[in-house]
Design a protein around this ligand. Structure first.
Ligand SMILES: Nc1ncnc2c1ncn2[C@@H]1O[C@H](COP(=O)(O)OP(=O)(O)OP(=O)(O)O)[C@@H](O)[C@H]1O
Ligand SMILES: O=C(O)c1ccc[n+]([C@@H]2O[C@H](COP(=O)([O-])O)[C@@H](O)[C@H]2O)c1
Length: 190
């Protein structure tokens, strides 16, 4: 049996906040692995600014080099909105002897009551909530709160900085920085 943390996200783009929560939750909860799950269509957000294929490549760049991290394409291979309930049902069926938890930022903890079939999902998986600056962590769902170093970076902040022609260096993993630059994503101009 393996203990696996799932970090679902739009990853538009992946940033150091994602990497730090994955690494520290893994350590704190003694998980064997963390699987990053890029969503195909985010359930509650506008469509991502770049393609699912580019987001997948960026998540691969971000996670390479950490033997505990991997990338699951389960949501990219499914049509329609990427509801977590569908993902959890498939994973539990495919890996019946493993134990999963689903990692979410504080902003998501607040929003859980609006998730698709949340009552059912709440019975299927343990949520792990991570503090995020300026967000209160309280929920009546099955959320285990974990305090790890907080980092006030978001994908929208990175996109805004790109729009404003400000530096994004060191806010995102080096490999992701080069991928954005080489492919001129988000209209990146050095
Ligand atoms: N800095 C952070 N601290 C804690 N949790 C975070 C942080 N950044 C992202 N997360 C969490 O990681 C998961 C995936 O996040 P996502 O890919 O949507 O990035 P985001 O930075 O929240 O994006 P955006 O700014 O576009 O909304 C979500 O559960 C989110 O709450
Ligand atoms: O299933 C839902 O209704 C649902 C609603 C909001 C978010 N989620 C999941 O939560 C994760 C983080 O979402 P996001 O939009 O911040 O990238 C991602 O895996 C989403 O699929 C899931």
């Amino acid at each position: 049996m393996k203990r696996i943390g799932l970090l679902g996200g739009t990853f538009d783009p992946p940033h150091l906040g994602h990497m730090i929560i994955a690494e520290h939750i893994r350590e704190n909860l003694e998980l064997d692995e963390v699987w990053f799950i890029p969503s195909h269509l985010p359930p509650h957000k506008q469509e991502a600014a770049v393609s699912a294929e580019d987001r997948l490549q960026m998540v691969k760049k971000a996670t390479e080099g950490n033997p505990h991290f991997s990338v699951s394409e389960i949501e990219l291979n499914r049509e329609g909105k990427s509801y977590t309930i569908d993902t959890m049902k498939s994973l539990l069926k495919e890996y019946p002897s493993d134990e999963f938890c689903f990692i979410i930022g504080g902003d998501m903890v607040q929003y859980l009551d609006r998730w698709h079939k949340i009552e059912e999902l709440n019975e299927l998986v343990q949520f792990v909530g991570v503090g995020r600056e300026g967000i209160a962590l309280d929920s009546h769902f099955n959320v285990k709160m974990v305090e790890i170093p907080r980092i006030d970076i978001s994908s929208s902040m990175i996109r805004q900085r790109l729009t404003d022609k400000k530096s994004i260096r060191y806010l995102i993993p080096e490999g992701v920085f080069h991928f954005i630059k080489e492919n001129a994503l988000y209209e990146f101009k050095p």
